[in-house]
Write a protein that binds this ligand. Structure first.
Ligand code: SF4
Ligand code: SF4
Length: 305
């Protein structure tokens, strides 16, 4: 038996993770460490406590209830967490009247339970041409049997399944769920391998290889490119992506995803420092990038989505 996956969010009525109205399941844990990740709680494979220090009133209730002695009131009157001791047990969460504490990551329910939860929105999926999107983190590094069973049951129920992936997984994991996946939302971050390593902590070799193999398989794919200034939005960087696509996989639909800093608060709640040196390309730059794809013959290029 594999390890039970962790889920950190199930978002209903999503319109950004594939066609129509969708429910997106966010699995926790990712092989990459993208420096701009707007869901930093998605990266670790273990549950984590998130604390909003600004909400803390200093009542001290969490201090008393923590079985690990991981919390103390600091001189500023707020609860301070010793992350080395915290086991993310969640005991303190319900005691906080200020809702300053939350655990990111819960064990996924049995597949049949998750499927019946997801099917509650089936009428919205049917009316809108939507479905379920499996995202993360990286959903494909979760227990393969669980993922395959989940995809197969949704598919058998007539639900369109999209997989949002970073692509840095073994081909066997992709192959296992491929028969049930109607759309691959495939992230491409940088073609330069050195740049990719420095920004994500991993090579892009397997990611590019898997994309080529998926295309050969005849899969329906939309490439998603996060655009982060000043790291991967240069003419050179965009040009090499366009060339790679033309050369290896053809004119796939492309979504350009401008960076946003919405995740910065989450970094702080995880006790991590957000990057302050990233921004979205401005509107003119975004339009130039979009036009670069259009000029190369790409007919489906959207900003956002
Ligand atoms: S999650 Fe558990 S271990 Fe962590 S601070 Fe709260 S009570 Fe303590
Ligand atoms: S229970 Fe909440 S408000 Fe009270 S000290 Fe702990 S974090 Fe602060």
């Amino acid at each position: 038996m594999g390890t039970t996956p962790l889920i950190f969010n199930i978002q209903r009525f999503s319109t950004h993770d594939g066609p129509g109205i969708r429910t997106t399941v966010f699995f926790k844990g990712c092989p990459l460490r993208c420096a701009w990740c707007h869901n930093p709680e998605s990266q670790s494979f273990t549950s984590e406590l998130m604390v909003d220090a600004d909400c803390c009133s200093g009542c001290g209730l969490c201090v008393d209830v923590c079985p690990e002695g991981a919390i103390a009131l600091a001189p500023d009157g707020r609860a301070r967490l010793d992350r080395g001791r915290c086991t993310a047990c969640g005991s303190c969460v319900d005691y906080c009247a200020q809702a300053a504490r939350e655990v990111a990551g819960e064990a996924a329910p049995p597949v049949e339970e998750l499927v019946s939860l997801l099917l509650k929105d089936r009428s919205f999926f049917e009316q809108s041409g939507g479905g379920v999107t499996l995202s993360g983190g990286e959903c494909l590094v979760q227990d393969s049997a669980y993922l395959e069973d989940l995809c197969a049951r949704l598919h058998a129920s007539g639900v369109h399944v999209a997989v949002d992936t970073c692509g840095d997984v073994s081909w066997e994991r992709i192959e296992r769920v491929a028969p049930y996946v109607g759309l691959w939302l495939y992230d491409l971050k940088a073609l330069d391998d050195e740049l990719h390593r420095s920004l994500t902590g991993a090579s892009n070799a397997r990611i590019l290889d898997n994309l080529v193999r998926l295309v050969r398989m005849g899969a329906d794919i939309r490439v998603r490119m996060p655009l982060v200034h000043p790291v991967n939005d240069s003419e050179e960087s965009i040009g090499s992506t366009v060339h790679f696509l033309l050369d290896k996989v053809g004119r796939l639909p492309v979504s350009l995803l401008p960076y946003h800093a919405a995740g910065n608060g989450k970094y702080r709640r995880l006790g991590r420092a957000p990057r302050e040196d990233f921004s979205a390309p401005d509107d003119q730059a975004l339009e130039r990038i979009r036009q670069r794809f259009v000029d190369a013959g790409f007919s489906d290029v959207e900003i956002g989505g």
